[in-house]
Design a protein around this ligand. Structure first.
Ligand SMILES: Cc1cc2nc3c(=O)[nH]c(=O)nc-3n(C[C@H](O)[C@H](O)[C@H](O)COP(=O)(O)O)c2cc1C
Length: 210
């Protein structure tokens, strides 16, 4: 499949083939492509919790309006943003090895660290700022996850995530990770389906000015 075919082949699955098993290897392949997603300062603060266990998946379903497709999906994936993702420790994890490998010099490293520090301070001033930042980054990441999944022959459906505090307790999600959305994944029962109505480009794109 070329890129155009891949993008048009992706649909939100209405229902999945029950009992189709996905392996950790399947997920590894998908995430190896997903990790190329862009992120602010390359800080990569999108995290995933993959729930394949049948009983646990049912619990997610109960917490999320009992949507049937969670029952038939091979897994449900919680997409989360890390509220500590722009802190010094995380920034050092990303940029330290680059400095060591001489992909950046000392001056470049220090300037980048300072810029990230200012960026993080701005975000930490107001949790709402961080919410927007997390959503921005996680949204791009999740889209690439769905395209990567399709590339390997799997279907997905993005969903809102509800009852976050119960979910957090049940799956021991640390306080710094904020669930943003979930993605049901597996093999769709539908082979082909018409695309839902899309606005013509002229309706949602303006050039140069409104
Ligand atoms: C944030 C978000 C939440 C969604 N929630 C649900 C959902 O709870 N259940 C569902 O069946 N589809 C859900 N969808 C999928 C949309 O209905 C779907 O993307 C849209 O109808 C367009 O269809 P397509 O993805 O097949 O092109 C969601 C999509 C997004 C982006």
């Amino acid at each position: 499949m070329n890129f155009q075919q891949l993008v048009t082949a992706r649909h939100s699955a209405v229902n999945f083939i029950k009992d189709f098993v996905m392996t950790e290897e399947d997920f590894k392949n998908i995430f190896d492509l997903t990790k190329t997603a862009p992120s602010a300062f390359n800080l990569q603060y999108t995290n995933y919790l993959v729930i394949m266990d049948e009983g646990k998946k049912e619990r997610v379903r109960e917490l999320n309006f009992n949507q049937y497709k969670i029952h038939t999906a091979s897994a449900v994936v919680i997409v989360m943003g890390d509220r500590e993702g722009a802190n010094r420790e995380n920034a050092e994890k990303i940029y330290g090895p680059m400095k060591m490998l001489k992909m950046m010099d000392e001056v470049d490293y220090d300037t980048t660290m300072k810029t990230i520090e200012n960026f993080n301070a701005e975000l930490q001033k107001n949790p709402a700022n961080f919410d927007v930042e997390i959503m921005r980054n996680a949204g791009l990441h999740a889209m690439l996850f769905m395209l990567s999944a399709k590339n390997f022959g799997f279907d997905t459906c993005p969903m809102h995530v509800h009852n976050i505090e119960s979910l957090r307790k049940e799956f021991n999600i640390p306080a710094n990770l904020e669930p943003v959305m979930m993605i049901a994944i597996g093999k769709s029962v539908d082979k082909e389906r018409p695309r839902g109505y899309r606005k013509p480009v002229g309706e949602f794109v303006q050039f140069n000015s409104y």
